[in-house]
Write a protein that binds this ligand. Structure first.
Ligand code: GAL
Length: 420
């Protein structure tokens, strides 16, 4: 009997202590800033840690709480964040991509208007106009961009290409499929893929390469149909490309996907340029000699961009600290600290180009080249709202599993109209 009472007492004490510790961790009076992202991998984590250190240095006595949740492209983080926002328990600042990904948060009042902060900091003059447009909804600006990433890239090992006698990375998807025959004949996998989001990332780059930038943009703004002959042909190419990939034994995330290319078991991988920090900092490889990268087939001269940005949530416990964090994210010093480690280029047009070497130097030159055509990423939040993106995810999962291309196109076409 007394044992039972003791157990109940113990549970009560633990709950009270847990409640108290929740209070100390989350309480409004706390001198800490909770920042939410999905940067837990090598490179990205280091970039975030560098900014956190600078933030704590500039704000003595304030603790930076890194609330990152692992999973590439925010695959886990976004779901957990959604339940926190629903429960009105936001972090002090959270990661979102520039573009339509922000729309729901804005329309449902989850994030605060940062237009005044932009004017105060002079940001409309130092961020490219196209990027600010992607952070603006109904005339107000809602997030601060820390970087620019490129999605349309194909990674490879020059040594593997040499061993297999391949002339160089393919310039079109037709050429890729030709190379794939030769690669398969030598017992290797032509293309490594990762989890579902990476398969959508592949779809996006095949569509871009096959349709070209204009039609790609029109596909996502309703200007052309998923059932049109061009898109039907592009989806057919995507099915063939998947057919020569290792999708049946797909890697768990983007780093193991790249590992297959490094080991030589697979020849190519399509992935964004966060890969560069993984390859250089974690694997200690050098651009052009140990690893190399080209625009994904058919997309030379096109920059399929995305931008990691931070918000000020409604109900943030420390909006004062969150504003200071956002100022650091948008500052030249913050961006120069973060991006060389993260494997991205600065969103600011006045950031120090000399800090960006190797692959990143090449990326920055292309981004700033006035002849480069910029389009927005599907998978990473720019061109499709969250409801539409989620419908594409479900339909794509079935397409990859059952190969029913017609059903995929019909579903996505219909969902476009229903989710606008
Ligand atoms: C993207 C994000 C990048 C990187 C990548 C892989 O969505 O913008 O910063 O984290 O996912 O996780």
């Amino acid at each position: 009997m007394w044992k039972g009472r003791l157990a109940i007492l113990a549970i009560l004490v633990v709950s009270v202590l847990a409640g108290l510790s929740m209070f100390t961790v989350r309480g409004a009076g706390n001198n800490q800033l909770e920042v939410y992202s999905w940067w837990t991998g090598p490179g990205e984590e280091d970039g975030l840690a560098a900014m956190a250190k600078a933030f704590e240095g500039a704000n003595p006595g304030v603790r930076f709480v890194n609330a990152a949740v692992s999973g590439g492209a925010g695959s886990n983080a976004k779901a957990i964040l959604a339940s926190r926002l629903l429960a009105n328990d936001p972090p002090d600042s959270y990661q979102r991509h520039a573009g339509l990904e922000l729309l729901d948060d804005v329309r449902s009042g989850k994030v605060q208007d940062l237009t005044e902060l932009y004017h105060q900091q002079g940001w409309t003059k130092v961020f490219p106009k196209g990027l600010v447009d992607n952070l603006t909804i109904d005339g107000r600006i809602y997030a601060v961009p820390v970087n620019i990433h490129r999605a349309n890239l194909m990674w490879y090992s020059p040594r593997t290409l040499k061993d297999l006698g391949l002339p160089g990375p393919p310039k079109t998807w037709a050429e890729f499929l030709q190379q794939a025959d030769a690669i398969k004949a030598k017992g290797r996998t032509p293309l490594a893929v990762g989890p579902e989001w990476s398969q959508k990332h592949l779809l996006e780059t095949v569509l871009l390469g096959e349709l070209g930038a204009d039609k790609y943009e029109r596909l996502f703004n309703g200007g052309i149909s998923w059932l049109s002959p061009d898109v039907t042909a592009a989806l057919g190419t995507f099915a063939k490309v998947l057919g020569v990939s290792d999708v049946k034994s797909a890697a768990g995330d983007w780093q193991p996907q790249l590992d297959k290319v490094l080991s030589g078991s697979a020849v190519y991988a399509v992935m964004g340029d966060w890969s560069s920090s993984y390859l250089e900092q974690s694997k200690k490889l050098r651009w052009e000699t140990d690893y190399n990268v080209a625009a994904s087939p058919g997309t030379e001269g096109v920059y399929d961009f995305l931008s990691d940005s931070f918000t000020l949530p409604t109900g943030a416990r420390r909006p004062d600290l969150a504003r200071k964090w956002l100022v650091e994210c948008g500052s030249a010093a913050g961006q120069n600290l973060f991006n060389p480690l993260k494997g991205s280029i600065p969103a600011r047009t006045d950031a120090d180009a000399g800090l960006y070497k190797g692959y990143l130097g090449w990326a920055l030159r292309q981004w700033r080249d006035p002849n480069t055509r910029i389009v927005g990423s599907l998978t990473h939040g720019v061109v499709a709202n969250n409801a539409y993106n989620a419908e594409i995810d479900s339909a794509l999962g079935l397409f990859v599993q059952h190969g029913d291309q017609g059903r995929f196109a019909r579903t996505v076409e219909q969902q476009f109209r229903e989710t606008q």
